[in-house]
Write a protein that binds this ligand. Sequence first.
Ligand code: ADP
Ligand code: ADP
Length: 220
Amino acid sequence: MITLQNIEKVYRTSTIETLALNNINLDIKKGEFVSIMGPSGCGKSTLLNVMGLLDEPSKGTVQLDGQPVTQYRDKELARLRNQKIGFIFQSFHLINDLTVLDNVEIPLLYRSQNGKPRQEYAKEALTKVGLSNRVKHFPKQLSGGQKQRVAIARAIVGNPDIILADEPTGNLDSAMGNEIMNILQQLNDDGATIVMVTHDEQMAKRTHRLIRLFDGTQVL
Ligand code: ADP
Ligand code: ADP
């Protein structure tokens, strides 16, 4: 599903060079639920962003469904991202002056719509995360766990193959964190491939495979 070969990522400013990823080789299979752990600054977010076609590697190749995407132009990458990948972030990244329903519809605005109305898909996604009773609320009227559920609905509304989650439970207490993990597990059971960055060993234990990073390198 996602293959990374000899991935290196260097961040350069005029004075500093940071080797954020150092020769990463990974194969994420369809249907897997993989977690990524490691100390702060070891390259977890960078790795997720490279997998999600948000960050271009300095060296190496990224393949999505067996297709190398490294040579694609930004516009093609954006289209692929929109079709195949759903992102979830620690701090939710919801738009505060849009309703829950409007937030969830956002990814569909970039697609041609020739099925049901967008609202129908958004409502279905909100039902999957147990929030169909909050469609007209605004983000500030929701708890942290509810906000993250909206963010998950937004990530899955376009029916992506891959869900990339960067510390999705990092801002939540353990009860809410567990609820979010239950939802991710259900999505995985339903066929989604999921890669999740986490600091929480308990969350990582609930996934199929753990990748540990240290200083930009995968450790076994
Ligand atoms: P993690 O998610 O594990 O905390 P990151 O992937 O965010 O780590 O960062 C890995 C390394 O790359 C860190 O040393 C960080 O300082 C550096 N880094 C991340 N983003 C940038 C950037 N935009 N410019 C320069 N250095 C960066
Ligand atoms: P069909 O049977 O004609 O494929 P679908 O409802 O499966 O009908 O798809 C119709 C359109 O809606 C397609 O353009 C498809 O890409 C899009 N689509 C399908 N499922 C979803 C979904 N869950 N969220 C958003 N768009 C979707």
